[in-house]
Design a protein around this ligand. Structure first.
Ligand SMILES: C[S@@+](CC[C@H](N)C(=O)[O-])C[C@H]1O[C@@H](n2cnc3c(N)ncnc32)[C@H](O)[C@@H]1O
Length: 238
């Protein structure tokens, strides 16, 4: 199933009814299904990773590190990381996705899957993470002006932030606004993501295009990475 075509029934709430909007979005994501289960970590959620594609090394992990997966879905990637010896928290808006993840990976040590919305979770937690990542997940479907400052705030100095989404050509910016039956997403060009990450205080920003295999509508995957500054984070922009 193609994620952004999942209907969000009754998604007519305005900005003033954020909770109602979130529950509509959660219901839409409840109907999303992942039929594949990758044997390895992949940034190209809808396609198998190729040998040449970047993988888990992007996150610069060390044993014992704390990692957060934003929009983990069935948590295949999170379970893979947990098996490598890092402490992984997966967060997802959809109760069905969370239940699937717990059923599939409940036996994996070092893995916690929580139900929640990414911005709300990051705003409420006092935890600090060594890396935050998202694979075709919450970063693609959340206003970066709300999300990037709270990611920045919960990453340790020098921590890695990395996310992937479809590399949509031509990129439409904020899209699906005119279609209440589709989930809103942020289709930015690599240069726009690079600008946004720098604006919100990330350094060492990179964008990469990973070739399409049989992936999402044949679109390549875009992988974006950045790091928090080694000095105290600057979250004042925006
Ligand atoms: C296309 S799926 C990808 C799931 C998983 N990362 C993977 O690679 O299979 C997107 C996931 O992001 C979740 N999601 C979307 N917006 C979210 C938000 N604001 N907060 C938390 N989860 C969100 C959805 O519930 C869904 O499970």
């Amino acid at each position: 199933m193609i994620c952004t075509d999942v209907p969000a029934e009754g998604d007519t709430a305005g900005d003033g009814d954020q909770r109602g909007n979130l529950s509509s979005l959660a219901a839409a994501w409840d109907r999303y299904t992942t039929e594949h289960r990758d044997e390895q970590f992949t940034w190209a959620a809808m396609a198998p990773a190729t040998g040449e594609s970047p993988g888990v090394e992007v996150l610069e992990l060390r044993p014992g590190y704390r990692v957060l997966d934003l929009g983990c879905g069935a948590a295949d990637n999170a379970a893979h990381l947990a098996a490598l010896g890092v402490q992984v928290t997966g967060i997802d808006l959809s109760p069905v996705q969370v239940a699937t993840a717990r059923q599939r990976w409940g036996h994996v040590a070092n893995l916690t899957v929580e139900h929640g919305e990414a911005v709300e979770y990051l705003s409420a937690t006092s935890d600090t993470f060594d890396a935050v990542y998202s694979v075709f997940g919450a970063v693609w479907f959340t206003d970066p002006a709300a999300l990037l400052p709270v990611v920045q705030a919960r990453l340790r100095p020098g921590g890695v932030f990395a996310f992937s989404q479809a590399d949509v050509q031509p990129a439409a910016g904020r899209c699906n606004l005119d279609n209440p039956a589709a989930i809103e997403r942020w289709d930015f060009r690599p240069a726009t993501w690079s600008f946004l990450l720098r604006t919100y205080g990330f350094r060492q920003v990179t964008t990469r295009e990973l070739p399409a295999t049989k992936g999402f509508r044949g679109w390549p995957t875009m992988l974006v990475t950045g790091q928090t500054s080694l000095s105290s984070p600057d979250t004042t922009t925006g």
